[in-house]
Ligand binder design. Structure first.
Ligand code: NAD
Length: 325
């Protein structure tokens, strides 16, 4: 059997292998982002729609001479062998008249089909889930795979946090990368904007406002939180789906794992005991490195933020209670 080379001419380091399950809008945009960043030496796409995936792979391959030397191909589950990270973006869309719960049950069934096939070929890879509802499906992935929770991660509120930071950066006319502020909890309607510790280069937002003679009144804060919460609805209403920012978020998580950057990212992970929340996946700031989740950080929260986080956990617990995983 021909061995896949682990290094190549252009990269003296071991090349990284990323498998993407689901080559729809999110999966292929993520593959393209990986290609542009040159993060992986090998990218495998797996999808039930083989013809479209073949077309996606052809299109992506034609960008290789213009971007980064990468092996991109359509594969099957046996290609999960040797993967560093398997990213799951496969899912089904809501049918007319279908409830969110019915959709969730159908996605759980898809995951019951996908996850055992992944772990049949790899127990070493980190699994990164993007399919919605991401917290529930990350929880299901951990339970079905029986992998350590540190190696089953949901993209969580990485996207929402990015939206929040962009809004604040835009408001203050500042580089959003200098804004440190998190959205935590469910990736969805009950998510929580953590204003109490939001800061600009270490300076609390209120102190920055005093220094600069500007302000961000309570009504404006509520409006920003609402805009973050409703961003996906607003985008879907206009263009049918969201995929660029989530793809960038997935690439950011993958970069932190592959390069062992220990970046603090609001990924979804198993919460065991923080803020009294137990046995549930939701987003809290976590250190993400080569082992997956290295630590979860217990961010100091105001009383109202802590209460909202517990309500968010209750929403997810309630949903989980209606499912058979
Ligand atoms: P899409 O419909 O374009 O792609 C889904 C793909 O999954 C399709 O190509 C489909 O053929 C494939 N698929 C379905 N069943 C499969 C199976 N059993 N095995 C393999 N592949 C299978 O959808 P999309 O726009 O790419 O979105 C994908 C998911 O990502 C959705 O659940 C969406 O809500 C979610 N999403 C998450 C975030 C986030 O922040 N976590 C953001 C945007 C979208």
């Amino acid at each position: 059997m021909k061995q896949t080379p682990k290094t190549n001419l252009f990269n003296e380091h071991r090349t990284h292998k990323i498998v993407i399950i689901g080559s729809g809008k999110v999966g292929t945009t993520f593959a393209y982002t990986l290609l542009l960043y040159g993060l992986a030496g090998e990218i495998v796409l797996i999808d039930v729609d083989k013809e479209r995936t073949e077309g996606e792979v052809m299109d992506l391959k034609h960008a290789i001479p213009l971007t980064n030397p990468t092996r991109i191909y359509q594969g099957d589950y046996s290609d999960c062998q040797g993967a560093d990270i398997v990213v799951i973006t496969a899912g089904t869309a809501q049918r007319p008249g279908e409830t969110r719960l019915d959709l969730l049950k159908r996605n759980i069934d898809i995951f019951k089909h996908i996850i055992p096939q992944i772990v049949q070929y790899t127990c070493e890879a980190i699994l990164l889930v993007a399919t919605n509802p991401v917290d529930i499906l990350s929880y299901a992935t951990q339970k079905i795979s029986a992998l350590p929770a540190s190696r089953v991660i949901g993209s969580g509120t990485v996207l929402d946090t990015s939206r929040f930071r962009w809004l604040l950066g835009n408001h203050f006319s500042l580089d959003a990368r200098n804004i440190h502020a998190f959205i935590i909890g469910e990736h969805g309607d009950s998510e929580v904007a953590v204003w109490s510790s939001a800061n600009i280069a270490g300076m609390p937002i209120d102190a920055y406002c005093r220094l600069m003679g500007c302000e961000i009144p309570a009504s404006q804060r509520e409006e920003f939180s609402k805009q973050v919460r409703n961003a996906a609805y607003e985008i879907i209403q206009r263009k049918g789906a969201t995929f660029y920012a989530v793809a960038a978020g997935l690439a950011r998580i993958v970069e932190s794992i592959l390069r062992n950057q220990n970046s603090v990212l609001s990924v979804s992970n198993m919460v065991l005991g923080y803020y009294g929340i137990h046995d549930i996946y939701l987003s809290l700031p976590a250190v993400v490195g080569e082992h997956g989740i290295e630590h979860i950080l217990e961010l100091p929260l105001s009383r109202s933020e802590a209460k909202a986080l517990c309500t968010s956990a209750d929403v997810l617990k309630n949903l989980l209670g209606q499912l058979e995983i």
